[in-house]
Design a protein around this ligand. Sequence first.
Ligand SMILES: [Zn+2]
Ligand SMILES: [Zn+2]
Length: 377
Amino acid sequence: MYEKLTKIRQYLHSIPELSGKESATAEYLRAFLQSCNPDNLITELGGTGIAAVYNGPITGSRILLRCDMDALPVNEESNLPYSSAISGVSHKCGHDGHMAIMAGVANWLSENRPTSGSVVLLFQPAEETGKGAIRVLKDPQFQEILPDFVFALHNLPGFPIGSIILRTGIFASASRGMIIDLSGSSSHASEPHLGRSPAIATARIIQIFNDVPAFDGSMNRSAKITVTHVRIGKPAFGTSPGKGRLMATLRADNVEAMKTLSQWSENNAREIADSCDLDVQITRTEEFPVTENSVKAVDSVRTAAEHLGLEIYQPDNPFPWSEDFGHFTMSYPGALFGIGAGIHSPALHSPEYDFPDELITTGVDIFKRIIECYNIK
Ligand SMILES: [Zn+2]
Ligand SMILES: [Zn+2]
């Protein structure tokens, strides 16, 4: 089965699709899952999502295991035999591996039905843009699979291969995209004083965002703003620009700090725009809540990892990145946990990254044990 799952992973790797557009991935998975005889197969869930349901003969807890389906707008720089066939798009977050793991769990469940309750294997679209989880949760079909507990894993470079990374409480930070549109008026480049250019305001906003203060109790070292994109005017020399756009990601590892940070950054952007006589429009986008793990769910992942003799890491602080699985843990007790992708693995989202196939078996095994922890097999 390991060889088959590796082939599945590598095939999925070769057909990467961007967030919300995972139709070929979904079609391939649908056909595979059909061959694993689920009791119910829900398709077009929150877009291209799929849920395979395995029922036991008597009632009990319903456990939902979730993996993500989307790839990234990153060009693959590798000579892998299964390299991305789509220019400018590739699986650089390992979601191809997460799907292969879930395919392995489906294969196991096809011959090992739960003895009570049910297991839902959810393939979720559009994780990277923070839109997929909400769409799945709001899809009327989700009412058929309302879970008692939810679990998901993410591979994590920087930790020993196959180790398990656990944290009770907040596991991954909240983040939010902010778009600041500045409008003044353009003028001839020889007469900048006759126009209202957003250049100085943009520079001041970048500077102040770089120097986020520590504030008081509600803010902590986790709060940060990363400027991700800036544009003013056109790439030419004759005109002093009249419009500008600045995009930034806000990040914090608790709800209060995110609130304070959002307010602080919006107030500062407005004040600076005002002082430069510019109109400003601020848009929030791609909002990820914190992912908060429940004690009971983390305990069952720990028990599963111990049973398998896997090395366990328990970081003191939440991770600075975000996961839209936080939308699930807001509504249902559950846990997001990490599976080490190797100390020297290239970072997630980098062009050199590739999911290590040796993690597939560990991933399948830990999900099997988690299912068993809930005594439904
Ligand atoms: Zn990612
Ligand atoms: Zn990811």
